[in-house]
Design a protein around this ligand. Structure first.
Ligand code: FE
Ligand code: FE
Ligand code: ZN
Length: 166
């Protein structure tokens, strides 16, 4: 590739994000099951439903570009999910079970927020108006999922993980 353009970079990172979303989709059911708090379990399970939409939206974006959906191995999400599974296993059945799950979940959300924020800005630059709209819808849902997790952590889960009064 002697003249890589932003267009090519955009498609490359779309494929990275597509891979990431598909792997998140596989990891979320285990997190839903591992949660003790009903609210956390519900939040994760709602995000599982949203994640199915995220995969479909990426497929629409590929279609808008006249391309077939393509997944490119994302080392980052593999690492984040591997770490998430290990952390969850390490703290399973302890008072920090849910705090560990929220930690893992927020790492995933922040990775996605970085991807979608970048992709939406590139779509604007490339004047892919409709693609940018799809990407911003997902960006908003990732940001919302992240905020919900923060709310649950601060709304009692961190305190239950540290039962000794301060
Ligand atoms: Fe997502
Ligand atoms: Fe990646
Ligand atoms: Zn997400």
């Amino acid at each position: 590739m002697n003249n890589p353009t932003l267009d090519k970079l955009f498609e490359d990172q779309l494929a990275d994000t597509y891979y990431a979303e598909k792997h998140i989709l596989k990891a979320l059911p285990k997190m839903v099951k591992a949660a003790n708090s009903k609210e956390l379990s519900k939040a994760l399970s709602n995000h599982l439903t949203e994640t199915k939409t995220h995969v479909a939206r990426l497929e629409s974006v590929f279609e808008l570009l006249g391309k077939k959906p393509r997944a490119k191995k994302c080392e980052a999400i593999e690492g984040i999910l591997k770490e998430a599974a290990a952390l969850s296993a390490d703290y399973a059945g302890t008072p920090s079970n849910d705090a560990a799950l929220i930690c893992a979940g927020q790492k995933v959300e922040h990775y996605e927020i970085a991807n979608y924020g970048t992709l939406a800005a590139w779509a604007d630059q490339l004047q892919y108006t409709e693609a940018a709209e799809h990407l911003r819808l997902t960006l908003g849902e990732e940001e919302n999922a992240d905020k919900l997790l923060s709310g649950l952590a601060l709304g009692g889960i961190n305190q239950s993980a540290d039962p000794i009064p301060a």
